[in-house]
Write a protein that binds this ligand. Structure first.
Ligand code: DGL
Length: 280
């Protein structure tokens, strides 16, 4: 039995790394739908259709628990996934609106996500439920997804990254947002630049608030761990894959180019990975 983790691209690796550290001896299959990335601007119907195909493939590959490591896919298709695959527990990702609202001192928080996530009923429901009395600023950042997907941007253009990040974040800071919610799994890989922009901005303002950046990945991994252990006690074969080396426990698949995936994943994760191409 395995855990499946999927995203439109490499963004879900920000969740994958937390999942494998929470379940170090469990086989994990990562699937990136890079032939269709980005999901953020595709029609909801198209995203749903892709996500159902990915989930089907993962279940056929023996995944007994699936982490939807994509806010956009979770926002648009989590209910449908649960309805279609009744025996498989799904762990979704959503913008951390609740903790952000609880944490803010200025009364203003900002959610950075894709257009599709911000337009979804699931997200609107989250804000209606938790956002009362707090100003929730919404900032789509579609270009950030493309930057993380492309090694030549991500690795070789630090100045471009600083200005790209600054263009989205500075207006939010000027409006007193003191919590930035990373509502897309690609965005944690831009955290060094986000922090740099925030700190530079703070250094130019007297009494600037401390700014907190929320990434839900650790909470998602904790939930996956909890569900896995709960199931392991019942129907799953166990929590351990005793004789396998840890590299053998990690499988990476992409509907895009396997070499490109390996190149960018090595930079994002800090170690080499071996990826396979898949046509779906
Ligand atoms: N990483 C994804 C998310 O969390 C999707 C980005 C995209 O494909 O547009 O929303």
């Amino acid at each position: 039995m395995r855990v499946g983790v999927f995203d439109s691209g490499v963004g879900g690796l920000s969740v994958w790394r937390e999942v494998v550290s929470a379940l170090p001896e469990v086989p994990v299959v990562y699937l990136a739908d890079q032939a269709y990335v980005p999901y953020g601007d595709r029609s909801p119907e198209e995203v749903r259709a892709r996500v159902l195909r990915l989930a089907e493939w993962l279940t056929q590959r023996g995944c007994a628990l699936i982490v939807v490591a994509c806010n956009t896919a979770s926002a648009l298709a989590l209910d449908e996934l649960r309805a279609q695959f009744r025996n498989v527990p799904f762990v979704g990702v959503e913008p951390a609106v609740k903790p952000a609202v609880q944490h803010t001192q200025t009364g203003t928080v900002a959610v950075l996500a894709t257009h599709n996530t911000l337009r979804s009923q699931r997200y609107v429901g989250l804000v209606n439920r938790w956002g009362e009395g707090v100003r929730v600023l919404e900032q789509p950042c579609p270009a950030w997804v493309n930057v993380v997907e492309r090694l030549n941007f991500y690795q070789r253009a630090p100045r471009l990254l600083t200005s790209l990040v600054g263009a989205c974040i500075l207006p939010l800071l000027e409006q007193h947002a003191d919590v930035l919610v990373l509502g897309c799994t690609h965005f944690p890989f831009l955290k060094p630049w986000i922090s740099q922009v925030v700190e530079r901005w703070r250094s130019t303002r007297a009494n600037a608030p401390t700014v907190t950046i929320y990434d839900p990945a650790p909470a998602v991994a904790k939930r996956a761990q909890h569900l896995w252990l709960e199931r392991a006690a019942g129907s799953f074969t166990g929590t351990r894959a005793c004789s396998s080396s840890s590299a053998r426990l990690r499988e990476f698949w992409t509907t895009g180019d396997a070499n490109d995936f390996e190149d960018i994943a090595r930079v994002l994760l800090g170690h080499p990975v071996d990826a396979h191409r898949l046509t779906l």
